[in-house]
Design a protein. Structure first.
Length: 236
């Protein structure tokens, strides 16, 4: 398959057209961003880590009948994915209070939530990705009621699968951001699954291993990312 022109470049990834109209190449960058792009950085090898981790986790979810856009890896930093029509919203799944939830509701970080919380955000850098609800998504024409129900079911199942997968590796899945798209009216999980898009703590020590190390100036960002990947690769 031939990689052609650049279709899109975001904060952490590039999308390239191919000679197949329904397939694109997703390339992972080494860049780091936070605070809606106002804080920037990078470390060598981040793109490769996120690509490998996403590959492993997409394959794991696929083995449990979660439809994803992933098709195959083609290099250390590139994967071929289905070309989807993306829903213009992010779904944040929360298991433990952290980040903006703590500020918004005055909850102490680390409190385990009595039930899983799903939050919707409108994808708009200009507006700062404002929080929204299912009624907004339906009213604005972002998704149909059946698609919203499918997204909610998938997000809940993905969370349960990954939470237990991480638990077996002495990791805590605190929360994660998911993005979805559609192809032939079927809903697929898209984007990536990496320390850029989820909070992961070491179970015993509660040490942060994800992008919060960059957001909060904790240092050793690459060490945290590599530790998550090492444990995910452990088949025990």
């Amino acid at each position: 398959m031939e990689k052609r022109n650049l279709l899109y470049e975001g904060k952490a990834k590039k999308l390239w057209a191919t000679d197949h109209e329904n397939k694109v190449v997703q390339q992972f960058k080494d860049s780091l961003t936070a605070q809606n792009g106002q804080k920037t950085g990078s470390f060598h090898g981040k793109g490769a880590i996120n690509c490998e981790m996403s590959t492993l986790l997409f394959n794991y979810l696929d083995s449990h009948h979660i439809p994803t856009h992933f098709i195959e890896s083609v290099s250390e930093t590139e994967m071929v994915v289905r070309k989807l029509e993306m829903f213009p919203m992010e779904v944040v799944v929360r298991n433990i209070a952290a980040g903006s939830m703590c500020k918004r509701y005055n909850i102490a970080e680390g409190n385990e939530l009595s039930s899983v919380v799903l939050e919707y955000y409108y994808k708009s850098d200009a507006l700062g990705d404002p929080m929204m609800n299912e009624s907004h998504a339906l009213s604005f024409g972002f998704a149909t009621i059946d698609q919203i129900r499918a997204i909610n079911r998938m997000a809940t199942k993905i969370n349960a699968l990954l939470r237990s997968h991480f638990e077996r590796r002495n990791l805590m899945l605190v929360d994660m951001k998911l993005e979805f798209g559609k192809y032939d009216e079927e809903v697929y999980l898209a984007d990536e699954i990496s320390p850029d898009t989820m909070r992961v703590w070491e179970k015993n020590t509660k040490v942060k291993l994800d992008k919060d190390r960059f957001r909060l100036d904790l240092g050793e960002i690459d060490k945290g990312y590599r530790e998550i990947l090492k444990r995910i690769k452990n088949e025990g």
